[in-house]
Design a protein around this ligand. Structure first.
Ligand code: WQD
Length: 326
C-alpha cells in the first residue's frame, strides 16, 4: 500500500486518536480533521497535521483537501450517545448525516474515492439471533442507529454510481485504551459500562448502576461483545489495505470479539483485574437497551484477515491503567 496520506475525521477523539497512532506506526501520514467538540487537543501527537474544522461547514472540509493531497479518508467524526440522540435527533442528523454528506461531496470534488466509515452494531437493533452476521436485517431503535444506516445507504448509492469505494465497519462495544495510558475514553459523563465500572472501582462514584436484571440472559444482566480499541484500529488498517487492493469495494463488516459478556461478568473480571471491589446496585432497564448483542466476525476474518488479539481481561487492564492516569 506504501505511505498514504489519510484524512482522519474525528482524529482527536477517543477512537480516532488511537487510529492516528497506528497510522504513524504503519508509516502513513495522518491528517486530523476535528472540531474538538468532543475530541481532545491533548490527544493529538506532536507534529501530526491538524485541521480544526467542522463537517457541517463544507468550506472547512474543502480547505483540508486543498491544503493536503489526501489518498483516502477514515471517517470517525460523529455524535455517539444513544440517549442524547433520542432527546436531540436533529443534532444527530445534522452532525452524523449532513456532516457525512458534506464530507463525501468534498471527497468527490477533490477526486478522493476511498473511505473507511465508522458504523455501529446499533444498525441491527435487537437482533433475532446471535452471533449477528452482516446479512441480518437492519432494525434501528434510535436516531443514533438511524444515522449510521442512512450513511451506509448513501455510501451504497455513491458506490453504485461509481463515485466511491468504501468499507463500513460495524463496531460492537469498543472499550479499553492505549497501553501507554496517554489516551483513552474521555467523556465528561461516560454512559458506557467499562468506564463506569472503572470509576466505581476507583471510588470515583459510590455505586455502579446495573441497568436491568431481567433480560433473557444467563444472569439477567445485559450481554455485549466488548472489542479492544487497538483491535478495532487494526481492522481499519486492514480495511484501508483492501480499498487500495480492490478495484471496486463496497463492504459492511462487523468488528467484535464474537464472545458475549454480561454486566455481572464484567464486574467480576474487573474486580480480579483491579483488585478492588466494584460496588453496584441492580436498577431498572435503561430505555433503548437490548438484552444480547454479540458479533460474528467471520466476514472480517475472510475479507480482511482480521481476528481479535485481545480479550476482556486485556480490555479491563488497559482501561484501569487509563482510569488511574486521569
Ligand atoms: C453496555 C451494557 C447496559 C452502563 C453503546 C452505544 C453506542 C454504540 C455501542 C458505537 C448494557 C449496561 C451500561 C452502566 C450498565 N457505540 N450498563 N450500567 O449501550 O451496548 O452501546 O456502544 O457505535 O454508542 O449504544 O453500551 O456500555 O452503554 O452498555 O448496566 O452504567 O452495560 O445496560 O447492557 P451499549 P453501554
Amino acid at each position: 500500500m506504501g505511505n498514504k496520506r489519510i484524512l482522519v475525521t474525528g482524529g482527536a477523539g477517543d477512537i480516532g486518536s488511537h487510529m492516528v497512532r497506528l497510522l504513524l506506526e504503519a508509516g502513513h501520514t495522518p491528517v486530523i480533521f476535528d472540531n474538538l467538540s468532543t475530541g481532545h487537543r491533548e490527544f493529538i501527537p506532536k507534529g501530526v497535521l491538524f485541521v480544526r474544522g467542522d463537517l457541517r461547514k463544507p468550506l472547512d472540509i474543502r480547505k483540508a483537501f486543498k491544503k493536503y493531497k489526501i489518498d483516502a479518508v477514515i471517517h470517525f467524526a460523529a455524535l455517539i450517545v444513544v440517549p442524547e440522540s433520542v432527546a436531540q435527533p436533529l443534532k444527530y442528523y445534522e452532525n452524523n448525516v449532513t456532516g457525512s454528506l458534506n464530507l463525501f461531496q468534498e471527497m468527490i470534488r477533490a477526486g478522493v474515492n476511498k473511505v473507511v466509515f465508522s458504523s455501529s452494531a446499533c444498525v441491527y437493533g435487537q437482533p433475532l439471533k446471535t452471533p449477528i452476521k452482516e446479512e441480518e436485517p437492519l432494525k434501528v431503535t434510535n436516531p443514533y442507529g438511524a444515522t449510521k444506516v442512512m450513511v451506509e445507504q448513501i455510501l451504497g448509492d455513491l458506490a453504485a454510481a461509481g463515485k466511491m469505494d468504501y468499507v463500513a465497519l460495524r463496531y460492537f462495544n469498543v472499550a479499553g485504551a492505549h497501553p501507554s495510558g496517554e489516551i483513552g475514553i474521555k467523556m465528561d459523563k461516560p454512559t458506557h459500562l467499562i468506564p463506569n465500572v472503572m470509576k466505581a472501582a476507583l471510588g470515583k462514584v459510590k455505586q455502579l448502576q446495573v441497568f436491568g436484571d431481567d433480560y433473557p440472559t444467563k444472569d439477567g444482566s445485559g450481554v455485549r461483545d466488548y472489542v479492544h480499541v487497538l483491535d478495532l484500529c487494526d481492522a481499519h488498517l486492514l480495511a484501508l489495505k483492501l480499498l487500495f487492493k480492490e478495484k471496486v469495494c463496497r463492504q459492511m463488516i462487523n468488528v467484535g470479539n464474537g464472545k458475549g459478556f454480561s454486566v455481572l461478568d464484567v464486574i467480576r473480571t474487573a474486580e480480579k483485574v483491579t483488585g478492588q471491589k466494584v460496588p453496584y446496585k441492580m436498577s431498572p432497564r435503561r430505555a433503548g437497551d437490548c438484552g444480547c448483542v454479540v458479533a460474528s466476525f467471520a466476514k472480517a476474518k475472510r475479507m480482511l484477515g482480521w481476528t481479535p488479539k485481545r480479550d476482556l481481561k486485556d480490555i479491563l487492564e488497559s482501561a484501569w491503567v487509563w482510569q488511574r492516569a486521569q
